[in-house]
Design a protein around this ligand. Structure first.
Ligand code: URA
Length: 432
């Protein structure tokens, strides 16, 4: 088989066979195919697309390019959830102990953030002592003992994705449905869970800009999961404004704690309850997602989920005494309020730009080697749809390095205020 013929076939809009896709991914993994040929094929895929069958072949080939986690030593169905990336998305920190407290097994691997989206690992590492590396025996034992563990992805999970993603990043080929679907699903499948709940974001702060595109991505990922023997559901959720009020690492952990103590923002709580309902249904604890929602609500209100959260963090070495004084845990050296200069109604809260402001305050990485300021971030005081008066507080910025006028000007520009009243946007458009 010759790589140039595979590239030409895709260039001409034809479907690749399982054998051709395997040949490519094996060549990517053993370095026998040069980057320029892989880049050419990636661009041909962006332009000509792939059928769901080809995307399934690609996912399967990628899945076998590195370690596959064996969770069979954990009794019962293992549940996992994945968000396609958003701003202020701290749901893993809430959902994992929530479904674990209701009986489900969560053996989860999470990633770091890059650019405007935060990563769960960075958020967890804002807790002093939290250990993201457990041996595989310790990981399995912890899930068997307390139902939940969240660690970093092992270095060799889906090796081909690391090569492909770094090429996609610099060749304008990140944003293509078959490439996103295979990248996400190969990692989820390699992670070993039996049931997967996807939170596919759409809107300004997400990869998929419209709900229609998010639906197509979700349907493709569900089909891949089914073809490869897993149970997959997908929520389509709005990322036209950040989720909850907090953006930044320690600030998001604080908001997750408040939610687990029934004092969190309602949009975040609702999303977690719906997601937990589906996960508990998938795992067979209830016979409908609605019954799962009720079980999740009861578990949240009883604060059992908060107790499991504390047990989980302590089991992984985290110092839970820092949660006794959440103000001290999140207190950054500098803070500055963002004040409305214009009256009207809040039409848009630019999630992607707010993520970038938070990154520039120190909460995220612009390059892989940047060091994170765990206390940096933003607390939002307004939601889309709110009526705003001149002088109202829109947000507060936090950082351990001085905050300048540019940060504030950039933050003000994220709040789009107009005269007409508008309805509050719907958070969950659909669940498939
Ligand atoms: N997240 C991933 O893991 N891969 C993609 O390609 C896009 C989002």
């Amino acid at each position: 088989m010759r790589m140039v013929e595979i590239i030409e076939k895709k260039r001409d809009g034809l479907a690749l066979s399982d054998a051709e896709i395997k040949f490519w991914i094996e060549g990517v993994s053993n370095d026998s195919i040069p980057d320029y040929q892989t880049s050419a094929l990636l661009m041909a895929i962006v332009l000509k697309g792939m059928t769901t069958e080809e995307t399934t072949f690609l996912t399967e080939a990628m899945l076998h390019s590195g370690d596959i986690i064996d969770l069979s030593a954990i009794a019962g169905k293992k549940v996992d959830k994945h968000s396609t990336g958003g701003v202020g998305d701290k749901t893993t920190i809430i959902l994992s102990p929530l479904v674990a407290a209701a009986g489900a097994k969560v053996a989860k691997m999470s990633g770091r953030g890059l650019g405007h989206t935060g990563g769960t690992l960075d958020k967890l590492e804002s807790i002093p002592g939290y250990n993201i590396e457990l041996s595989s025996d310790a990981f399995i034992k912890q899930v068997n003992d307390i139902n939940v563990a969240v660690v970093g992805q092992t270095g060799n999970l889906v090796y081909a994705d690391k090569v492909l993603y770094s090429l996609r990043d610099v060749t304008g080929t990140v944003n293509a449905l078959p490439l996103i679907a295979s990248s996400i699903m190969s990692k989820k499948l390699a992670g070993g869970a039996d049931c997967i709940l996807l939170d596919v974001k759409y809107g300004e702060g997400a990869f998929m800009k419209t709900v229609e595109d998010a639906r197509e991505l979700a349907q493709t990922m569900i089909a891949i999961g089914k073809n490869l023997g897993r149970e997959v559901n997908a929520m389509l959720t709005n990322m036209n404004q950040p989720l909850g009020n907090a953006i930044g690492n320690a600030l998001e952990v604080e908001e997750a704690i408040l939610t687990l103590k029934n004092e969190g923002p309602k949009d975040l709580e609702e999303l977690c309850l719906v997601a937990a309902g589906y996960m508990l249904f998938q795992a067979g604890f209830v016979d409908s997602s609605e019954a799962g929602y009720d079980l999740a609500l009861e578990t949240l209100r009883s604060e059992k989920a908060y107790d499991v959260f504390l047990t989980w963090i302590a089991a992984q070495g985290g110092d839970i005494s820092v949660f006794d004084d959440l103000d001290a845990f999140t207190k950054a050296t500098y803070h500055a309020d963002v004040i409305a200069q214009k009256a009207g109604h809040l039409h848009d809260l630019k999630a992607l730009e707010l993520g970038m402001v938070s990154t520039r305050l120190g909460a995220g990485r612009e390059t892989k080697d940047d060091i994170i300021d765990y206390k940096a971030g933003i607390i939002l005081n307004q939601d889309v749809g709110n009526e705003i008066n001149v002088g109202d507080k829109l947000a507060t910025l936090y950082s351990d390095t001085p905050i300048n006028e540019q940060h504030i000007t950039d933050a003000v520009a994220c709040f789009v205020i107009d005269n007409d009243a508008i309805e509050k946007p719907q958070l969950i458009a659909d669940v498939l």
